[in-house]
Design a binder for this molecule. Structure first.
Ligand code: MG
Ligand code: MG
Length: 620
């Protein structure tokens, strides 16, 4: 696969964009004219820079509003095009993108359009250049790639070909099977973008919500499989208009793009029976442990919360200041080491999650796929006799350990042989149900892609949650067997509670951990008796759910007494309660699922408001 990305997709000035693109390993870049116009370098200097960076120029773009113009305007447009050929020469590309005409002066008469396209193709041909014609989804006349292809086919000039852009095709729901009619030698470039399913006008949807393959809802694997099937050999180029990407880290956006592109190309190939290009994704079995970095004071606070929830400090590390808390199949590790990664994490973030361990059947397969997707492996010095658990970097410096599912019991025995001091665990909580991570919206899409690209995990539809101060986007990634579930929350509103948690309170990262139980009333009663600081839910909520769901008054009274929240869908019922925050960073949730597969999204704004009430007025 020959990879490319449009300079409009990443942040920075043109030189910075090209450097980021080259560093991540793309083969080519599309030069967006506006980036060139605002650059201090000449086109020749940019062309030389690209050659030095080892980047080809896949296309120069865009050229707008040509075909179907009245004769006087058409003559001027041809002259405008002729001048672009010198720029293209300097950049080192023979290909320019021509968008279908959006001008109100343009005729939609097909014969005129064919004539004009033939004229511009002839002009390009005499200069040794080629024109790629693209149907814009919102153009008044030519808005469908099938029509654009029919025009290119009928003009039948070697200098005129087609550019397919997945946004323009899929936003209009054009069947990908129609790509089978296109001749590969006339398909000059593929532009790829994903997007969330939104009900809005096409232009604004395209300008602001395009995202990397795998981050949205388009059926891109089918689209790409159809393109692969006709034998297309050119560049696969990402063209992503998204304000948030332009505001974010160029390196991360470029990395995400290539990651998404590789996964997509592999999926599309597998659909058509081609050999796999990436190692198979592995399904993680469960969250084997969660590690917190905590000072001794914070560790004592964690201990009070965990004891109240029924955890016991069942083991201490053989050589480090690390305690294993356990209950059912849940392992929480509190790391108070004065040195090492956990310590530096604690210095930056305060008592919070520094690593997550996932149990997998094949560590090497995960590492191989991580390597192919530019996910960095993490190694730290291991003392003699210590278990070396392979780890990879998450987004934003976090760590993901890959625990061998077959030897995990031995790992715990050998690493934590010393008895802990404290009561034995109860049997209220059984497994980690889900881990909730909060982040800025730009990072939200990076995390989403990270989990679904690396593992056999799929994302749920995106939800919008009304926060008292703005909108929070929430989406889950889940393993097929539901052994691992992450809920990701990203906010674009600077004052939304989740954003303020990030800036002032919790820090980006794990915001809460939900434990499953079989009897939430028993678990909540014992947690309260044990002194768990609970998140208090106000009386209006209970009056509302009693009426809304038609619940028995005595059941609602028991829920109210224990601050238990409730939700119901077609599948079943969900009960949940929350602790207050530990070390001002992270809180716990306990859930009981009765054939219910969601996360109580309907209660999220109730929870956010309750937390706003609890916030320390002095701030963090
Ligand atoms: Mg395009
Ligand atoms: Mg939750």
């Amino acid at each position: 696969m020959k990879t490319s990305i449009a300079t409009v997709s990443v942040s920075g000035n043109l030189a910075e964009k090209l450097t980021s693109i080259a560093e991540r390993g793309y083969d080519a870049a599309e030069i967006f004219e506006n980036d060139l116009l605002s650059a201090p370098q000449t086109a020749a200097e940019i062309g030389a820079m690209m050659r030095d960076l080892g980047l080809a120029c896949s296309i120069f773009q865009p050229f707008r509003d040509f075909e179907g113009l009245p004769p006087d305007l058409s003559g001027r447009a041809l002259e405008r095009m002729r001048r672009k050929f010198d720029v293209m020469e300097a950049l080192g590309t023979d290909l320019i993108l021509l968008c279908s005409n959006c001008s109100p002066h343009a005729s939609g008469e097909r014969e005129r359009i064919v004539e004009d396209l033939a004229r511009i193709a002839a002009l390009a041909g005499t200069h040794g250049k080629r024109i790629g014609y693209e149907a814009l989804a919102w153009a008044p006349k030519v808005y469908d790639h099938r029509e654009a292809w029919a025009l290119v086919r009928d003009v039948d000039h070697p200098a005129l070909g087609l550019v397919l852009d997945s946004f323009h095709s899929l936003s209009r729901g054009i069947p990908s099977s129609s790509i089978g009619d296109i001749r590969a030698d006339k398909l000059f470039l593929i532009q790829l973008a994903d997007a969330p399913k939104l009900d809005m006008d096409l232009l604004n949807w395209s300008r602001h919500f395009r995202c990397m393959p795998g981050q949205g809802d388009f059926p891109l694997a089918d689209y790409c499989a159809a393109i692969r099937k006709i034998g297309y050999q050119g560049f696969w180029s990402l063209e992503i208009f998204n304000d948030r990407f332009r505001a974010g880290s160029a390196g991360q956006v470029a990395r995400d793009g290539l990651r998404g592109l590789k996964v997509l190309h592999d999926q599309a190939g597998r659909r058509s029976g081609a050999p796999a290009e990436l190692p198979d994704p592995v399904e993680p079995g469960c969250v084997e442990f969660i590690e917190f970095a905590a000072s001794h004071d914070e560790a004592a606070e964690f201990g009070r919360f965990l004891t109240a929830l029924g955890f016991g400090p069942v083991g201490r590390h053989r050589s480090k200041d690390v305690v294993r808390w356990q209950q059912g199949n849940i392992n929480l590790v509190i790391n108070s080491e004065p040195e090492g990664l956990a310590h530096s994490f604690d210095m930056v973030h305060g008592g919070s999650v520094c690593a997550i361990g996932l149990a997998v059947d094949d560590q090497q397969a995960v590492l191989a796929r991580a390597g192919a997707l530019d996910i960095q492996r993490f190694d730290q010095p291991v003392s003699p006799g210590e278990w070396a658990i392979p780890a990879v970097r998450g987004i934003g410096g976090s760590l993901l350990y890959l625990v061998d599912a077959a030897t995990r019991e031995a790992m715990w025995r050998e690493e934590f042989p010393l008895a802990g001091a404290g009561p034995a665990p109860r049997a209220d909580l059984t497994v980690i149900d889900h881990v909730a991570q909060t982040m800025q919206y730009e990072e939200f899409l990076s995390w989403l892609l990270y989990y679904t690209a690396l593992f056999d995990m799929a994302k749920t539809p995106q939800l919008e949650i009304a926060d008292p101060m703005g909108i929070v986007y929430s989406q889950a990634v889940e393993s097929p067997g539901r052994g691992v579930r992450f809920t990701l929350n990203g906010s674009m509103a600077a004052n939304a509670l989740s954003s303020r948690f990030i800036h002032h309170y919790f820090g980006a990262g794990v915001q809460h951990i939900a434990f499953a139980c079989a009897n939430i009333f028993a678990a909540a009663t014992r947690a309260r008796e044990g002194g768990l600081p609970m998140l208090d839910i106000g009386p209006n909520y209970y009056a509302d759910i009693e009426a809304r769901f038609g619940l028995a008054a005595d059941l609602v009274a028991r829920m109210a007494a224990l601050n238990i929240l409730y939700d119901r869908d077609e599948g079943g019922e969900y009960f949940q309660f929350y602790s207050r925050a530990v070390a001002k960073r992270v809180f716990f949730e306990v859930v009981e699922r009765r054939s219910y597969d969601g996360y109580g999204a309907a209660n999220a704004s109730i929870r956010l408001n309750a937390q706003a009430q609890h916030r320390d007025p002095k701030g963090a």
